[in-house]
Every structure is written in C-alpha cells, then in structure tokens.
Ligand binder design. Structure first.
Ligand code: NAP
Ligand code: HSE
Length: 420
C-alpha cells in the first residue's frame, strides 16, 4: 500500500482525496498497489470539509510521518511551499505539486535537490491536460520550435464571457473565483503572471532556459475594453491571452500578453475555462493539446496521475527531462525589446484638422509602418483611430506609445494589442 500526505486540502486537494477514494478500483489496477490518503494539512481546522481523512494544521505531522511515501503540495505560494517541499524531499519522500509559482522560481534548485527522487508537477501547467508528459516524454526526440497557447483558464473564461455575453469584467472575475478557477490572489491570473509561470516551466523542458518571471514580457487582460473586443469581432478577430515561446537561431523569446487572433484559427475557438497549446517540433510538426485548464477535478486528475506513476515505478524521469545540459547551454533568452510583432492600436483623438498628419509623423519617426487605418466617430467630437501595423520591433512600439499618449489631441491612454 502507498500512503499519501496532502499539504493543502482546498479546491484541488479536496478533489485529489475524492478521486483517490471514488476511483480507488481503477487506480489500484493501474498502479498495481492500493493508494490511500493518510492525512491532510490545512490552516483552519474548524472549516467543514466533508472529507473522511485525518486533518492536521501542522506540516510536520506529514513530513515526519515515516508511513507516508508521497507528499502532495497543494498549499500554493512560493517561499513557504519551497521550504516545505525541500523538507519533504530531504525526508526521503516523493513529491507531487501543482504549484507553478513555486516552479517558476525554484525549478532548477528543486531538480538539483530531488536528484533520483520522484518530483512530479503535471498539474502545474494547463490543469488536466498532460502537456508536461507530452513535452518531456512524447516529444523528446524533437528540437522544439515553438509553444503557443492559452494557458490560463480564468482569463480565457473571462474573455469568452466578455466577448460572447458582454458580461462586465468584475462580475466575471468574481464568478471565476467562485468556480475555483482563479488563484488565491486573482491578480496573478488577470495580470498574466500565472500564464507566465506555466510558460517558464514549459520553456525549461523544451529549451533548458532558466528564466524568471521578471526576465520576460508579461501583460494581462486588465486593459482590454469592450470597445476593443467589439472592434476585434467586427474585423474577424478574437482576443485571447497567450503564452508564446519561440526559438529563432540561438535565441528563445518568451512572452505573455493578449493577442488578436483570426477567428478561424483553431486557438481562437478555444473558449471558456479550456486551455489549448500548440507545440511545434522539428520532426513531428505541429501537435495540439486541448482540455480543461483549471478547476478542482480536472487539476486533481493530473495530480493523481503523477501519484499513480510514482506508485508504479518509484522514481521519475529527470524532473525537467534532461540528464545533461541541453540546448540551454547555447540558447539565450531574447531581450524583450528585440521581439517583433504586428500591432493593433486604438487611439482616441480630437476630430480636427492636422491630427492625422501629426500622428503619422510619429509613426515614421519610430520606423513603424501602418498597414491599415480606419477612423470611427466617437463621443464629444472625438474619433477612434483603428490602426494595424506591419511587423515592428517591441522597442519601437513602446517608444511610439509613450510619445503619443502625451500628445494634446490624444484624449486617453491609447490601447495596444499584439496581433498573432
Ligand atoms: P486553495 O483552494 O486556496 O487551497 C489551498 C489549501 O492550502 C487550503 O486547504 C489551505 O488551508 C491550505 N494552506 C494554505 N497555506 C497553508 C499553510 N501555510 N499551512 C497549511 N495549509 C495551508 O488553492 P487551490 O486552488 O486548491 O490551489 C492549490 C495549488 O494548486 C496552487 O499552487 C495553485 O496554483 C495550483 N493549481 C490550482 C488550480 C485550480 O484550478 N484551482 C489549477 C492548477 C494548479 P485552508 O483551507 O484552511 O485555508
Ligand atoms: N488559475 C489558474 C487558471 C488555475 O485559471 O488557469 C490553473 O492553473
């Protein structure tokens, strides 16, 4: 019998306990051994949880319990979780976690500490989709050319509801929290950080790149307005928050931001809490992964899969999938200012003579070429200029944005969304 201790019995932890109990027959058949939860750790012991397991509020009760083989960390956060997981590994336990924030900062140290011990984290990226297994095992013969995907269920749920039903941003964020999709601090979701944590984990497996969230371009969905959603729709685009990793020669670009995507593209059709990730390998070509990216049961499905895997074999493949330094020793992170994209801009201007001439001059000064431009009348003798650019440098667009927002005929901070 394999005994499990769960540190954090909230949305995901509760589902892990339930799945291990409700699907015990199929799990035992697949693992070749019975798997039971011996105890769980929570902060508040007075909360009613309706679970038939022993609960404690002391992490020590799990880590120092010699009968526990596998510690499952589902408490969230970075530093406290890092300390707990290190102690569990040092105490000889195998570890499973869904904690992408922890891995975004400490994955390489954890790989070093775990060494031959099993350390699994399938649920940390894209909830129920087995993307880590696909990338680390299924595609291990390939050089990975790109990873592009919807990696945050909360943002995708919110954007879908805002687009299809016109629901207000705050209302739909509250609903995502109630449904158990959002992080304890939802600014991690809407600010793009959660997707960035996941992108960094995938980039380690694909490229051996050791970047931190602070090193990469991260923007969220907080500034997307109903105006932009409506204009995007009218011109045949959907707006999605994407994580993008792309290799070009010896550089890898990593970025998270909202994107305009043509409505007929597969990724534009991924709605609700679903995640969808495209991975291109040099030998296999494009592969696509789709499924629920958040929620208790979907996430716990991946956690339990890791537990079964450890119960079967006792040890995992190297945590990040490589035994010797990978391409990462030659590959560098591309500096943000060198990233290239096409851009959509919405600039609300006073509707008077000379405004367009003044504006286009600034585009020229920043070496940005306009591809299309449309003017739409707006309130109070103003107009919305809707502009799409040819491919431009991130550095140039940032300079352009900071110049035009100060112009006297520009009425509000202009909107900028990158086009995929
Ligand atoms: P949650 O509902 O907030 O649950 C966290 C649990 O940890 C709670 O039981 C809490 O106790 C306990 N806890 C927190 N700090 C603790 C401490 N210092 N000592 C003891 N117990 C502590 O979070 P969740 O949504 O289940 O997420 C758990 C992890 O899974 C996070 O890393 C998250 O990023 C990740 N994840 C979540 C999802 C999802 O859809 N929810 C999907 C993928 C990954 P109390 O109950 O007493 O407060
Ligand atoms: N808050 C995350 C999301 C949970 O919405 O995708 C899954 O990692």
């Amino acid at each position: 019998m394999i005994k499990v201790g769960i540190i954090g019995v909230g949305t995901v932890g509760t589902s892990v306990v339930q799945i291990l109990q409700e699907n015990a027959d199929v799990i035992a058949a697949r693992a070749g051994v019975d798997i039971v939860v011996k105890s769980g750790v929570v902060r508040d012991l007075t909360k009613e949880r309706g679970l038939a397991i022993t609960l404690t509020d002391s992490v020590d009760d799990v880590i120092n319990d010699d009968e526990i083989d596998i510690v499952v960390e589902l408490m969230g956060g970075v530093q406290e979780a890092f300390a707990v997981v290190k102690r569990a590994l040092k105490a000889g336990k195998s570890v499973v976690t869904a904690n992408k924030a922890l891995l975004a900062y400490h994955r390489y140290e954890l790989q070093e500490i775990a060494k031959e011990r099993a350390f699994e984290f399938e649920a940390s990226v894209a909830g129920g989709i087995p993307i880590i297994t696909a990338l680390r095992d299924g595609l291990s013969a390939n050089h990975i050319e790109s990873i592009v995907g919807i990696m945050n269920g909360t943002c995708n749920y919110m954007m879908t509801k805002m687009t299809n039903d016109g629901v207000a941003y705050d209302d739909i964020l509250k609903e995502s929290q109630e449904l158990g999709y959002a992080e304890a601090d939802p600014t991690f979701d809407v600010g793009g950080y959660d997707a960035a944590h996941k992108l960094l984990i995938l980039a380690s497996i694909a490229y051996g790149i050791d970047a931190k969230p602070e090193d990469i371009l991260i923007e969220g969905i907080e500034n997307i307005t109903q105006d932009d959603i409506a204009f995007a729709k009218e011109f045949g685009y959907a707006i999605k928050l994407l994580g993008i990793a792309k290799k070009e020669k010896n550089e890898v670009e990593l970025r998270v931001h909202a994107c305009l995507i043509q409505q007929d593209a597969m990724i534009a059709k991924i709605d609700g809490v679903m995640n969808g990730i495209s991975v291109v390998g040099d030998k296999v070509g494009e592969t696509l992964y789709y499924g629920p990216g958040a929620g208790g049961d979907a996430t716990a499905s991946a956690v339990v899969a890791n537990i079964i895997d450890i119960a079967r074999s006792g040890k995992s493949t190297p945590m990040l999938g490589f035994n010797r330094p990978m391409e990462g020793s030659q590959l560098r992170l591309k500096p943000t200012e060198k990233i290239k994209s096409k851009y959509y801009l919405r600039i609300n201007v006073s509707d008077r003579a000379g405004v367009l001439a003044g504006l286009t001059k600034i585009f020229e000064q920043n070496s940005i070429s306009i591809e299309t431009m449309l003017q739409r009348p707006a309130k109070n003798a103003s107009a919305n200029l809707l502009i799409s650019t040819h491919t431009a440098l991130e550095r140039d667009i940032q300079n352009l944005m900071s110049t035009i927002e100060k112009l006297d005929f520009v009425n509000e901070k202009p909107a900028m969304i990158r086009i995929l």
